[in-house]
Design a protein around this ligand. Structure first.
Ligand SMILES: Nc1ncnc2c1ncn2[C@@H]1O[C@H](COP(=O)(O)OP(=O)(O)OP(=O)(O)O)[C@@H](O)[C@H]1O
Ligand SMILES: [Mg+2]
Length: 455
C-alpha cells in the first residue's frame, strides 16, 4: 500500500488531510513538524511496511519550514516525491518550492477532490513524472526556465495555475524572451502533457499554405492535393497548438481561427463536414496586438478571444538580476568536458548590454564564447557583442559579399561547433595545425575587443 507522510503544524489540517486520504484507500502517517517527519522517514527506511511513497507538507511551519524540509528530504531520500501545501496568495512560495524540486503544490484552501487527484497523479503516473522531470520547470533539463525575477516568477505561477484549463493563452513579448519555453511549460504542467505539442509559425507561410497547414485538406481540395492531409489542429488534438506570430495571420484566417476557438471544430479545406477537436491554443506575438486591433489589422473579436489569459514576458534588460543565473545555465549547457566559467569582467560587461535579442542573444553569446575560451574561462574579450550584425548569407548560400577573413572566421567557428569544440579534431578537419587554430582564435578575440573599444 502507498503510505503517505503528512506534515502540518496545524492539527485541523492534519486531521482533514488524513481523513480524506484514508477514505480514498491510502495509508497515512501525520506529524506536526519537519523534525518529526525526518524521524518518521528514517524509521520507514528500515521497515518496508512503514516506508513512504510521498510526503505532503505545509510550507509555513515554525522551526523547520517546508522549504527546509524539502531540501533535507531531497538530500536524505532522493527521488521521494514531495507535494507542498501553500497558503492562498503566496505564489512565490509555491514557485520557490517547485524550483527547489517539489513535485507539485496545492494552494490552501483546496477541495478534497483536488488533493486526491493530485496524490493519485503523483503516485500512479510514472510517465507523467518522467515527462515533468524532463520538460517541466524542474531539474537541470534543457528546458528549465531560469529566473529569480519576481515578475517572471509570478507569470510562471499564473501559467501553472491555468495549465489545466482549455482557455486560450496570449503570450506577448519581444523576440527571444522565452515565449515558446513558457508555452511548453504550460503544456507540461497540465493534463495535456502526454498529448502532442505542435507549433506553427503563422508568419512563415503564405495564406493558402497556412490554411491547409492549420486545418488540413481533403483529397482533391485543390490542384496538387493528391492525398488527404491532417492539419495541425487535428494533429494537436488532446494537446496544445502553439500559434507563433499570430499577429501575422491574414483576416480570412483570423475569422477561421475565431470559429475554432468558439466552436471547437475545424473545417478541412475542401471538406464537407466540420471535425470536432479538443486543442488548447497558445498564441504568441512580438508586436503588441492591442495596437494592431486599433489600426484595424487584427480582428477585435479574435483579440478578445485570445486574450482570455494574457501573459507578457519582460525583456531581459528589465530583469538583469537573471543574467548571472542564465550565464551559469548556458555555461553548463555549452561546456564540453571541462567546466566553463565566466570571469567577473565578462559578467560585468554582459550585465550592461541592452540585449535586443533577449535571452536567445545571451545564449548565442555564451555559445560562441565557449568556442573561444581558453582553459574553460570566458573573459570579456570572448563575449564582445558585435556592434554590426553580420549579414545573413544569401538564400543561395553564396559567400560573395563577405571578406575572406570573415569567411574564414565563420568556417572555423562552424567547424568548432560541429566537433563539439574539440580543437584538435577541428584543426584536422580544417587542414591547419592546432597552433594556427589557437592563433586564429586569439586574433578573433582581439578583434572583438577593438570593435568594442572603438564604439
Ligand atoms: N528564462 C529562461 N531560462 C532559460 N532559457 C531561456 C529562458 N528564456 C529563454 N530561454 C532560451 O532562449 C531561447 C529563446 O527562447 P524562446 O524560443 O522561448 O523565445 P521566444 O520568445 O519564443 O522567441 P521568438 O519570438 O523569437 O520566437 C531558447 O533557447 C530558450 O531555451
Ligand atoms: Mg518563439
Amino acid at each position: 500500500m502507498d503510505r503517505i507522510l503528512v506534515v502540518d503544524d496545524e492539527r485541523a489540517m492534519r486531521l482533514g488531510v488524513t481523513e480524506v486520504l484514508e477514505r480514498h484507500g491510502f495509508a497515512v502517517t501525520a506529524v506536526e513538524s519537519g523534525a518529526a517527519a525526518l524521524a518518521a522517514l528514517a524509521r520507514g527506511q528500515g521497515a518496508a511496511e512503514e516506508s513512504f511513497a510521498l510526503v505532503v507538507s505545509d510550507m509555513r511551519m515554525p522551526i523547520m519550514t517546508g522549504a527546509e524540509l524539502l531540501a533535507t528530504v531531497q538530500e536524505r531520500h532522493p527521488g521521494l516525491p514531495m507535494v507542498m501545501m501553500t497558503a492562498y496568495g503566496t505564489v512565490e512560495d509555491a514557485v520557490a518550492a517547485m524550483k527547489a524540486g517539489a513535485r507539485d503544490f496545492l494552494t490552501k484552501p483546496f477541495a478534497p477532490g483536488d488533493l486526491v487527484h493530485l496524490v493519485r497523479r503523483v503516485l500512479h503516473d510514472p510517465e507523467a513524472e518522467r515527462a515533468a522531470a524532463g520538460t517541466g520547470n524542474r531539474g537541470p533539463g534543457e528546458r528549465r526556465i531560469v529566473t529569480r525575477a519576481p515578475v517572471l516568477q509570478r507569470l510562471l505561477a499564473v501559467a501553472a495555475g491555468v495549465a489545466g484549463s482549455r482557455a486560450p493563452i496570449l503570450l506577448e513579448g519581444e523576440s527571444g524572451t522565452g515565449k515558446e519555453l513558457v508555452a511548453r511549460y504550460v503544456h507540461n504542467a497540465g493534463p495535456r502533457r502526454r498529448e502532442p505539442f505542435v507549433a506553427v509559425n503563422c508568419a512563415a507561410l503564405p495564406r493558402e499554405l497556412l490554411e491547409s497547414e492549420l486545418f488540413g485538406h481533403e483529397r482533391g481540395a485543390f490542384t496538387g492535393a493528391t492525398t488527404r492531409k491532417l492539419g495541425k489542429f487535428e494533429l494537436a488534438h488532446g494537446g496544445t497548438l502553439l500559434l507563433d506570430e499570430v499577429s501575422e495571420m491574414e483576416p480570412l484566417l483570423q475569422a477561421k481561427l475565431l470559429r475554432v476557438l468558439q466552436e471547437h471544430e475545424i473545417d478541412r479545406v475542401g471538406g464537407t463536414r466540420p471535425v470536432a477537436i479538443d486543442t488548447r491554443v497558445i498564441a504568441t506575438t512580438n508586436r503588441p496586438l492591442r495596437a494592431l486591433v486599433a489600426s484595424g489589422a487584427f480582428r477585435r473579436d479574435l483579440y478578445y478571444r485570445l486574450n482570455v489569459i494574457p501573459l507578457t514576458l519582460p525583456p531581459l534588460r528589465a530583469r538583469r538580476e537573471d543574467i548571472d543565473d542564465l550565464i551559469d545555465h548556458f555555461c553548463r549547457r555549452f561546456a564540453t568536458g571541462t567546466p566553463l566559467t565566466v570571469d567577473m569582467a565578462a559578467r560585468a560587461y554582459l550585465k550592461r548590454q541592452p540585449f535586443p535579442g533577449n535571452v536567445r542573444e545571451l545564449e548565442h553569446v555564451i555559445e560562441r564564447a565557449a568556442l573561444l575560451a581558453v582553459d574553460g574561462v570566458i573573459t570579456a574579450a570572448d563575449v564582445q557583442i558585435d556592434e554590426e550584425p553580420i549579414a545573413e548569407p544569401s538564400p543561395t548560400g553564396s559567400l560573395a559579399g563577405l571578406t575572406v577573413h570573415e569567411v574564414e572566421r565563420r568556417l572555423i567557428m562552424e567547424t568548432l561547433k560541429r566537433t563539439n569544440n574539440n580543437r584538435s579534431r577541428a584543426a584536422e578537419m580544417l587542414g591547419i595545425s592546432v597552433r594556427t587554430l589557437r592563433n586564429k582564435l586569439a586574433e578573433y578575440r582581439l578583434g572583438g575587443c577593438e570593435a568594442a573599444g572603438a564604439a
